[in-house]
Design a protein around this ligand. Structure first.
Ligand code: ADP
Ligand code: ZN
Length: 614
């Protein structure tokens, strides 16, 4: 009677069903196929070569860099009744001879080896006699030169394909990085094999992407509304920004701590410890934070700047919800991110090849942010994992975007870029489209262009939305120097000529340009005759806001009126804005001030409301 993989799973391991794509991989390898298997740690990769080794004739060979773990691995396998052994320098010469003898006699099911041992002449001879059933290459990312674990010995494993032609080889790794994957396939000569990715889905993480607006106030509002008092990570690109955002969140009453490589070691260690040990700490960090952090109840990961690529993004968001409870990955981004990222990339020390790879990563990231289909499906597809149905737990699934025929709008924008000589950034081009009377437009004589003022059907935000989507689709790009000038691509021509029509998402922010709403001051009805606030509660609130202003002004070493004028504070006290858009509607609150002080004032107003109601 022939044994099936499922029989072995039950009788040897005591499990009743395969997980992930184990069954598929095992079938494929058992019938002689090569493969690369990507699955997270704990994903059950080892069974994928152990079971084929038990089913096929001859010993299975497992190549692993972790000599220190071999003893434990072998002991565990022996407990299951599997005849396993290892060969490495920790064994005495006598023990090594005995393992070799067992191997020759056909008494082993599995043999563990380090790569440097395998490529020795005598080991290769020994294996040629023993005729392996399957060769597993564990921690296969060690073959990638740009990976963090590169081991030169791994490069020599390319001889396996030739020396053991016909013996199925299975490479395993938990690193999902696209680039690493390509290198594994190339360096281990697995081109004829299959790639299996499994277990990368994190269904409890909700993926949300939103346009950045209102600076830290936006982050604050999200945390307040969705996860008040809970732990989370806010990633920022620069050290300076992590400190600024942490301070703003702290000023608004959150326990928020900065973390970046430039902080003194003790501060870093303390902040990390508090994040791990206290409840509800928000850490505001650069990507220096997170490696090896295993905190189960991180409820949210916010990217407050565009990540470098989907691999990094996936890894960073993966720190949310390890306990399996609902969690959110929120990405806020703006057009400026793309320019900034590109500038960083072009100015980096990397060689051309690396730059090209990084550019591809960024493009993929950008395309993902501007998707109009399920984000999770696309994310998993990027890692070779499949999700049959849209997930129902990302912003696209939850709030399907409206789309509109943007062909004409795109043509206007592209031709405006062309006519201004591909030398200007987004703001300028949009100024021309909107027919702005900005002095520099006249200086360059661009008020005479046919595209001057032809774009009033959209407002500034509307144009930025269109622009971002064109960039995400490779229809427009920024200059190679990273200055931020918009530049046409071969695809631009297809749009300009009408060959390519465009269906773009209508961002909620897209709206016909109208007159700006008048900013609000204190309605006259709320004022007493002397011009003060009539309502005593509002007057008290006004005083509290003034105290806050004084504190913030001192901290920033500016006079109080630089923060906000009295008139603005009075309007806040009277109108009690609850969120950043309401705050923005108040006279004297512009974007810069909203960004800098908005969170603190909203927090104070909210607290006020709480204490009144409570
Ligand atoms: P990896 O090598 O991918 O990190 P392992 O192969 O060590 O993962 O498996 C992780 C754990 O999952 C082990 O304890 C293993 O026994 C268990 N496991 C593997 N496959 C199954 C299965 N089909 N059913 C239940 N448990 C499994
Ligand atoms: Zn979805």
């Amino acid at each position: 009677m022939t044994r099936t993989p499922l029989d072995i799973l039950g009788t040897v391991y005591g499990f009743d069903s395969f997980k992930g794509r184990q069954a598929e991989v095992i079938d494929h390898v058992t019938s002689g196929g090569d493969a690369l298997l990507l699955a997270p740690t704990g994903g059950g990769k080892s069974l994928c070569y152990q079971i084929p080794a038990l089913l096929r004739e001859g010993p299975g060979i497992v190549i692993s860099p972790l000599i220190a773990l071999m003893q434990d691995q072998v002991t565990a396998l022996r407990q299951l009744g599997i005849r396993a052994a290892f060969l490495n320098s920790t064994l005495s010469p006598g023990e090594q001879r005995s393992v070799a003898a067992q191997l020759r006699a056909g008494d082993l099911d599995l043999l563990y080896l380090a790569p440097e041992r395998l490529v020795q002449e005598d080991t290769l001879d020994l294996l040629a006699i023993a005729r392996p059933s399957v060769i597993a290459i564990d921690e296969a990312h060690c073959v990638s030169q740009w990976g963090h674990d590169f081991r030169p010995e791994y490069l020599q494993l390319d001889i396996l394909a030739e020396k053991f032609a016909g013996v199925p080889r299975l490479a395993c790794t938990a690193t999902a990085d696209f680039r690493t994957r390509e290198e594994i396939v190339a360096n281990l000569k697995l081109e004829g094999g299959r790639i299996f990715a499994t277990g990368f889905d994190r269904p409890n993480i909700r993926y949300l992407v939103t346009e950045r607006s209102g600076g830290t106030a936006q982050v604050l509002r999200f945390i307040r509304n969705e996860y008040p008092g809970q732990a989370g990570i806010v990633y920022c690109l620069s050290r300076k920004k992590t400190e600024k955002v942490a301070a703003q969140l702290a000023a608004a009453g959150l326990t928020a701590l900065p973390y970046h490589a430039g902080l003194p070691a003790k501060v870093r260690a303390d902040n990390q410890k508090r994040f791990l040990n206290e409840d509800g700490v928000v850490i505001v960090a650069t990507i220096a934070f997170g490696m090896g952090i295993d905190k189960p109840d991180v409820r949210f990961v916010i990217h407050n700047d565009m990540p470098a690529g989907l691999e990094a993004y996936y890894q960073e968001t993966g720190r949310a919800g390890r306990d399996g409870l609902p969690s959110t990955a929120l990405l806020t981004y703006g057009l400026q991110d793309v320019v900034l990222r590109r500038r960083m990339l072009e100015n980096s020390e990397a060689d051309d090849l690396h730059k090209r790879i990084e550019r591809q990563r960024l493009d993929a990231m950008l395309a993902w942010t501007e998707l109009v289909t399920c984000r999770r499906q696309a994310l998993l597809r990027h890692f070779g994992d499949d999700l049959a149905e849209p997930c129902g737990n990302c912003d696209i699934c939850l709030f399907p975007p409206e789309t509109f025929d943007a062909t004409v709008a795109a043509q206007k924008l592209l031709s405006c870029v062309a006519r201004t000589g591909q030398r200007f950034g987004a703001n300028y081009v949009i100024d021309v489209l909107l027919g702005s009377d900005h002095e520099r437009i006249f200086r360059f004589g661009h008020d005479g262009l046919s595209t001057y003022g032809i774009g009033t059907e959209l407002d500034r935000n509307g144009w930025r939305t269109v622009l971002r989507q064109l960039m995400a689709r490779g229809i427009l790009t920024t200059d190679a120097e990273g200055i931020g000038s918009l530049v046409l691509t071969p695809k631009s021509r297809e749009v300009l000529s009408g060959e390519l029509t465009l269906e773009l998402r209508k961002n909620p922010l897209i709206k016909p340009a109208g007159r700006k709403k008048a900013k609000k001051s204190v309605p006259a009805a709320l004022l007493a005759e002397d011009g003060a606030l009539a309502d005593p509660e509002a007057a008290a609130r006004f005083e509290r806001l003034r105290e806050l202003r004084l504190k913030l002004a001192k901290e920033a070493e500016v006079p109080p009126y630089v923060v906000f004028h009295d008139k603005t504070l009075a309007a806040m006290a009277a109108l009690r804005p609850r969120d950043e858009s309401e705050l923005m509607a108040i006279s004297g609150v512009g974007e810069a001030k909203l960004e800098r002080w908005g969170a603190a004032f909203l927090a104070a107003l909210a607290e006020d409301g709480d204490s009144l109601e409570g």
